[in-house]
Ligand binder design. Structure first.
Ligand code: V47
Ligand code: SF4
Length: 394
């Protein structure tokens, strides 16, 4: 191991820790050894915020230095009508009440894409409810039309929940369905629908949608085709520490096998306007401890993302000191999932200048990336004023 100033200071933090078991976890981390499930649970039970935070920051800087990634993206939410009834969801409307929801036509969605003609966005993120009438052919046609209109736009779309329903309705295997959509233009999968894998929690919060094995099989099929994907975890509700570790363990094992995940995205449960409104939200201290422990546990995930529309921009900024190296994208007020669940960000939109300023304010290095983490531009030496007036930059 090369000894640097930061290794010395992290060594001091480990030595100052009173609990022997935690000191030994610290030693493992600095020697790049994998921590076990029991050690992960112990970190949640006993690891103080400064201890896990310093270790996570050490790992983050070992992997990425000060680089903090963002992208320029927008979302399309085809519908919020959904056949499922996840208790934490503030967004969906059952098919029986579909007059209260929205359903976009192919033309409506293409018009959203066309609004960005000439603008330097690199990704469209398509996710929504599971509408019983919008099937695999409908979405394949949409993908083909988006790619025909704008071939350079990376299409990241559909949670494993939406895909599972589409494939089953089309009577296709996962491999067949995935290949069909990939050939139509689907390039990556977002991480949604994972929630908490452990059945004793999953059956209480989202019993009727795809289970852990199904979610993982869909991502594995995508990875086999050379596609990349993300993984989320909905935390801070009724799950216990060991359920979080079980969730991360299942993802870490699949990543060992395929290497196809880009980013792990913890999603903080928000409790407004849903059937779990009596469950209190987690504190900011718990949020930061969770990011830090996720960075330590998910040793084979290259990136850890704080999704700012859910967490709020100040807390997303804070998370950059606790292992996070990505804060998602500019969004352009194109998603409603989180505002409806009570996020502070009621109209999530950040200009590139705001994104860069937010990252620079905490002395990190803002780097625009594409969906696959190819670097597009390093903004370290570009003045905020110059970004604001240059339409290609802002
Ligand atoms: O699976 C729904 C979550 C997810 C609530 O891959 C809630 O880049 C908190 O997966 N409180 C969908 N969370 C969104 C998603 C996502 C978002 C951003 C980036 C990426 C990516 C993926 O939203 C759902 C669910 O876990 N969600 N309701 C709620 N009340
Ligand atoms: Fe439907 Fe997704 Fe909401 Fe569950 S979280 S009810 S699958 S839109």
């Amino acid at each position: 191991m090369i000894i640097t100033d930061s290794t010395i200071s992290i060594q001091k933090i480990i030595e100052a820790e009173k609990e022997k078991a935690l000191r030994s976890i610290g030693e493992k981390i600095i020697h790049k050894e994998r921590i076990t499930g029991e050690e992960g649970v112990l970190l949640f039970e006993k690891g103080s915020l400064p201890f896990v935070g310093a270790l996570a920051n050490h790992v983050r800087e070992r992997l990425h230095g000060n680089k903090t990634y963002f992208n320029r993206n927008f979302h399309i939410e085809p519908t919020n009508v959904c056949v499922f009834s996840c208790k934490f969801c503030s967004y969906s409307r059952l098919y029986a009440h579909r007059e209260e929801g929205w359903e976009l036509s192919t033309d409506d969605m293409l018009n959203i894409v066309k609004k960005y003609d000439g603008k330097p966005v690199t990704e469209v993120h398509i996710v929504g409810g599971v509408h019983p009438k919008l099937n695999l052919n409908f979405f394949a046609d949409l993908l083909q039309k988006i790619k025909a209109h704008r071939p350079d736009l990376h299409v990241k779309g559909f949670t494993a929940v939406e895909l599972d329903y589409m494939f089953r309705k089309a009577k296709m295997t996962i491999d067949e369905g995935m290949k069909f959509l990939h050939e139509a233009g689907l390039q990556s999968l977002p991480g949604g629908g994972a929630e908490i894998f452990a059945p004793e929690i999953r059956t209480q919060i989202c019993e009727d949608k795809v289970d852990a094995a199904g979610w993982l099989a869909i991502h594995e099929a995508a990875h086999k085709l050379g596609m990349h994907s993300n993984a989320t975890m909905l935390y801070g509700h009724i799950e216990k520490f060991h359920h979080r570790i079980d969730h991360m363990e299942r993802l870490r094992s699949l990543q060992d096998k395929t290497g196809g995940f880009n980013t792990f995205i913890p999603l903080k449960f928000r409790n407004k306007q849903n059937d779990m409104s009596d469950v209190p939200e987690s504190s900011v201290t718990e949020d930061m401890r969770l990011y830090a422990i996720a960075r330590l546990y998910m040793d084979n995930f290259p990136h850890l993302k704080a999704y700012w529309p859910m967490l709020g921009r100040k807390n997303a900024q804070l998370s950059l000191a606790f292992g996070v190296n990505d804060i998602d994208g500019t969004i352009d007020d194109s998603t409603k999932i989180y505002s409806m669940a009570g996020s502070e960000e009621q109209t999530p939109v950040m200009s590139t200048a705001e994104m860069v300023a937010l990252i620079k304010q905490v002395k990190r290095q803002p780097v625009e990336r594409d969906t696959l983490y190819n670097e597009i531009r390093d903004y370290s030496d570009i003045d905020i004023k110059e970004i604001e007036v240059n339409p290609l930059l802002n």
